[in-house]
Design a protein around this ligand. Sequence first.
Ligand SMILES: [Fe+2]
Length: 569
Amino acid sequence: MLSALKMGGVVYAALVLNNFYGRRQALFELNDYFSFMAATIIFIALPLSYTYWTFVLLKKISGRTLRIIEAGENLFFVGLFWAVVMLTGAGDSRAKAIFLFVIITSTIQLGMGFGIFTAALSSAALIIIDIFHQPAAGAVNVRFEDDIAMITLFFAVASSLGYYVRANAIHIKGLVERINVDWLTGLLNHRSFHTDLSFRFEQFTKGKAPLALALLDIDYFKQYNDMFGHPKGDEVLKGVGNTLREYQTGLVTPYRYGGDEFALIMAGMDNAQIGHFTSELRRVFSEMEFEGEEFLSAKKLTVSVGVAVADDYTDSAAELLKYADDALYKSKFNDRNRIEFYSSALEWLKDDIERQQGHLIPTIKTLAGIINAKDKYTYGHMEKVVLYAKLLARELDLDAVETRRLILGAYVHDIGKLNISEAILVKKTPLETHEWEALKQHPVHGEQIIRPIPALREAAGVVLHHHERFDGRGYPDGLLGHQIPYLARVMAVVDSFDAMTTERPYKRRLSFDEAIIELKSNAGTQFDPRAVSAFLRALKNHRRYLSHIESGDYAGEPLNGLEGEIADE
Ligand SMILES: [Fe+2]
């Protein structure tokens, strides 16, 4: 619109010049050919070049540079129009109103201040012309009165239009704030968080700035809300929001992530700074006081924090978020009121692997990717089994070595399906006997695949025996009761629970409650009763956390949390 206005100004100038010289005399001694060429340039070439300038070149520029160029362009137009006035009779020119074009565009583009500045320049141009182009001695300078009216008009246009532009800018700013800011805490909201995180991650991958993410969750917030009502709960959220806002710097940006969760994006901080900053946060939150918190079961409102630092293994912003979320869950899991760092990339495995096996992490990722390509079900299944295994390991109070073995086993328990034909894996009808026999070989194949990998070897027993039954009727070896390795018995429970609660092409998924009944009735026959009761306790304790799986929303996501899940014992 503005460009059209400027172009209108140019064309108007051309018309004025044309009329003026058409009526009176040629600008120079032009013959017809040159007149034609001059008209062509004015009416075709100039608008075309201006179109290119404004729609192609200027579109590539933004921010401060664009504003400087726009200011320069407007000043150029003041000069151009001044020349037009001079060429069309100076003081007698009838084209003085042409300055209105540039006053309007500069006000709209750069605001009231610059608009008034342009009006002042244009007015000065008129006054200077009046001073230097006085009428013959003795005659009254009638043009001066007209010019004063014109100048008044210039300022009236710049100020009234400027006022409108300013009001509009405030309105737009308000709208943008409504979209991006959380009304309760005044922090940036969930939407801004995702936009900013993607941007920061892109910067990180370009090597511009280190990136870390913290997720904060207020412990026992639901209990507080239930006890004191939502208005009091909102006060707590505001308090936490205000505290976080105090830490907003160029390096740290706080967000309200949703509900009682907050997020902090830390860009450009090294690990030492992040460590220092998060311990400072922990101190501040532990010193905060909230009305009535002493009535809570924990006697204190606290926050749990999960921190993840992006590294070479972090593939996407979503992956970083998942890491932080894992760390947050770990923090909640470990009695809350603490800060957990996501320990990246199989730290405990890395040294071992780098010495012996090269890069195991990409290997496991690749294997998982291949399984995913073959059988979607197995992929999502693997992640859920890992999750259940983690919960169960804690419930059973397994030591670090056993926990690691169980979780590794959970990751790779079905890896032998790589050797099973896709036709069997994705078959939508019940399997034929020979197909079933082939499928039953997957624990053996799995054990053979991981046996040569030292870092995975310890999970071999879990992989080989995860389909044994407590009553000896399982496969591949038909081991009975305590002959079956303990962790394989544990794995059998979580594996079956997920199989039962997952939709398959030929089988309806059971609800959690139905699957629990099923586990109970098979305890002692198919399953080790001790493992079943421990798993049921774990389920009961973490039912809320598992609600996304229970509701069936959980789709097999890429195995992004691989390193963390294993390290996260
Ligand atoms: Fe299996």
